[in-house]
Design a protein around this ligand. Structure first.
Ligand code: BG6
Length: 302
C-alpha cells in the first residue's frame, strides 16, 4: 500500500496540499504570502507514519495516553491514531475543498476481504472501543478553513480529545510576537503540569509546552516575514503552544538540530479539561480558520 498519496488544490487565492495518510495538511500558501506551514526537511512521505510538520490531526486523544482522560491503555500511541491512519478521500462538491473520512467500528470477524486500511484500523479497536465517523474537510480560499466533524455511531457515550497540531513557519521564533493569550489560564507540561495564569507568552526565549484555556483568536506577528498569521476557532476550547527550543530539538530525530527556530506549534484543541463527551447519535464540529495579512494592514475578515 502506498502511504504517499497527496492531493492538491489550486484556487485564484491560494494553494493547498493534503496527504491521505492522517488527512494531514502539508502546505498552504495564500497568493500574497510565502508558505504558512513548516514541514521538516527530514520528513519522509513514503513512511506510514505522521510527518513532522504541516497539520497533524490529533484524535481521539491528545498527548501521552497516560495523561489523557479519553483513553485507558497507557501504551496507546501519543496524540491518538487518526494521524497514524489512512483516511478515505471523499468527493467534494466544492472545487476549493478536500474532504476525508475515517470510520472506526469493530472489525467483523470472519470477514475475508478486509482492506488493508480496515486491518490497520482494527488494531486500534482494543485501545478505543467506541465507534465513530470522523470527517475532515479542508477549504482553501484567502482563508484556510479546516473542520473536524465527529459523530458517535455507538450505543454509549464516550470522551474524546482533538487538536489540529499546526506547525506555523516563522522567520525566527526568537523574533516573533504571539497575541491573544493575555490573562488566560494554562497548564505547564514542562513544570509538572502545574497551573499558571497571567503569563501572556508574547515572546519566546526558551522551550514552551503549555495548554491554554481560551477560545479567543490568536495572532503570530512576524516582522522577519512582514506578516501576521491570524488563527480563530469554533468548537475548540484550548490552545496548545509548543516549541522544543534548541536543546529539545536535539532529541527529536526528524527535526534538524538547526531548524528549531523555524516554527512555532500553535494547536487548536479540545484537550485535558476540554475533552468532549459525545452521546450516541450526536455530532460535534470543530473548526480552525487561518488567514494572513501584511504586518502593516488590518487583519482580513473571514
Ligand atoms: O513528537 P510528537 O508526538 O508529534 O509530539 C510533539 C509535541 O506535541 C505537542 O503538542 C505536545 O504538547 C508536546 O508535549 C509534544 O512533545
Amino acid at each position: 500500500m502506498s502511504h504517499s498519496s497527496i492531493q492538491s488544490v489550486q484556487t485564484p487565492d491560494s494553494t493547498l496540499v493534503v496527504r491521505d495518510f492522517g488527512a494531514q495538511v502539508l502546505s498552504w500558501r495564500p497568493r500574497a504570502s510565502e508558505e504558512v506551514l513548516w514541514v521538516s526537511p527530514l520528513a519522509t512521505i513514503t513512511r506510514a507514519s505522521p510527518l513532522r510538520g504541516g497539520i497533524p490531526v490529533c484524535f481521539p486523544w491528545f498527548d501521552n495516553a497516560s495523561r489523557s482522560s479519553a483513553v485507558e491503555a497507557t501504551q496507546a500511541p501519543t496524540h491518538g491514531f487518526a494521524r497514524n491512519t489512512l483516511w478515505e478521500r471523499k468527493k467534494s462538491t466544492e472545487g476549493d475543498s478536500l474532504c476525508f473520512s475515517l470510520t472506526h467500528a469493530p472489525f467483523a470477524s470472519g470477514q475475508l476481504e478486509a482492506t488493508t486500511r480496515e486491518l490497520a484500523e482494527a488494531e486500534y479497536w482494543d485501545l478505543y472501543p467506541h465507534s465513530f465517523d470522523a470527517d475532515l474537510s479542508v477549504r482553501t480560499r484567502e482563508t484556510l478553513e479546516i473542520t473536524l466533524t465527529v459523530t458517535n455511531t455507538d450505543n454509549h457515550s464516550y470522551v474524546f480529545e482533538a487538536a489540529f497540531h499546526t506547525y506555523f513557519r516563522v522567520s525566527d521564533i526568537r523574533n516573533i510576537n504571539l497575541k491573544g493569550l493575555e490573562g488566560a489560564c494554562y497548564i505547564d507540561a514542562l513544570n509538572g503540569f502545574t497551573a499558571g495564569v497571567g503569563d501572556s507568552l508574547d515572546t519566546f526565549s526558551e522551550a514552551v509546552d503549555r495548554v491554554y484555556t481560551s477560545k479567543s483568536p490568536v495572532t503570530i506577528s512576524d516582522p522577519g516575514l512582514s506578516r501576521e498569521i491570524h488563527i480563530a476557532t469554533e468548537g475548540f476550547g484550548s490552545w496548545i503552544v509548543w516549541t522544543p527550543w534548541s536543546e529539545g530539538a536535539l532529541s527529536i530525530e526528524d527535526i534538524p538540530d538547526e531548524a528549531w527556530a523555524d516554527f512555532l506549534c500553535l494547536e487548536a484543541g479540545n484537550v485535558l479539561g476540554d475533552a468532549q463527551q459525545i452521546y450516541p447519535g450526536e455530532t460535534l464540529e470543530m473548526t480552525m480558520r487561518v488567514s494572513v495579512s501584511d504586518l502593516t494592514s488590518f487583519p482580513p475578515q473571514s
